[in-house]
Design a protein around this ligand. Structure first.
Ligand code: SF4
Length: 275
């Protein structure tokens, strides 16, 4: 059996910790790490990724793959030019929501289309297995995923017989806080939270962080939020918003904490969003 080992790198706290623990020999190293770029990560995430990819930080290559730009797709679908295939879980005002006073949420496609699929395609490419061809029975891929102990319900087995998902942080009972402590002990910079600028699965505190730390990313989110207001092709709704309260982003009171709201860390996600 030939075993290959790849790290799904989100460039957030958890996957960065795994990559650096591999570099220190504390976790079995991988053949390569793969970062799936949605084209709309916050600037601090791209800066952190560049640092991870710089000389002498990691002893293995980091491959950046992309299925395109998620923001471009959203803007095109807002103009009616394409269906919103890879849509994020945006919030919608429908006739029913007007009656109940609560917005609905569309099913998320972006994690699969923009994170999981491009990473899997890159793995197949590195194995030399063309699209549509079967992976040989004597090949196994260990897919290392940065889900921490405190978020273990996000961990899922692989759907593919040739891929085994590995969760070294869960195996070591390391929480996100433990990861931050490990990074601090080793004198590494604190990684930003990796999530698209336009990701609707945010608490107000996280929108505030974006506004304060990445004005360009915040402006992009405000622009997209405005552009999708009258709908996106393929989504049945009277109006579409990035914020659960169905309030335009630039009119939000971000001093209001909304701790009951789900975010990336409360929602199930098999990609590397937020990690
Ligand atoms: S961070 Fe949010 S918008 Fe981006 S791919 Fe993940 S779920 Fe989708």
């Amino acid at each position: 059996m030939t075993v290959h080992r790849f790290l799904s790198l989100g460039a957030g706290v958890q996957s960065t910790t795994i990559a650096l623990m591999m570099a220190h020999g504390e976790i079995e190293p991988c053949d390569a790490a793969i970062f799936a770029d949605t084209g709309c990560e916050p600037t601090p995430v791209y800066e952190h990724l560049r640092w991870l990819m710089s000389d002498n930080v990691l002893p293995f290559p980091v491959h950046v793959v992309s299925a395109g730009n998620l923001v471009d797709e959203m803007l095109r679908s807002a103009e009616g030019l394409t269906r919103s295939w890879g849509r994020p879980p945006v919030f919608v005002r429908t006739k029913k929501s007007v009656r109940t006073g609560r917005g609905g949420k569309v099913t998320r496609q972006c994690t699969g289309d923009y994170k999981i699929d491009p990473i899997r395609a890159k793995v197949r490419e590195m194995l030399g297995v063309r699209k549509g061809r079967r992976v040989p029975k004597d090949v196994l891929v260990e897919q290392v995923i940065g889900i921490s102990w405190d978020e273990q319900r996000r961990a899922k087995p692989s759907f593919h017989s040739w891929i085994e998902n590995e969760h070294p942080l869960i195996d070591r009972r390391m929480t996100r806080g433990d990861c931050l402590e490990w990074l601090k002990r080793k004198d590494y910079p604190t990684p930003p939270r990796s999530a698209c600028t336009i990701c609707p699965m945010r608490k107000n505190a996280e929108w505030r962080w974006l506004k304060d730390n990445d004005p360009t990313g915040w402006s992009q989110a405000v622009e997209v939020d405005r552009a999708i207001r009258n709908g996106m092709r393929g989504i049945k709704a009277e109006a579409v918003y990035l914020h659960r309260s169905l309030t335009p982003l630039d009119e939000l009171d971000l001093t209001n904490n909304d701790d009951r709201m789900g975010n990336l860390f409360m929602e199930e996600c098999q990609g590397m969003c937020g990690l």
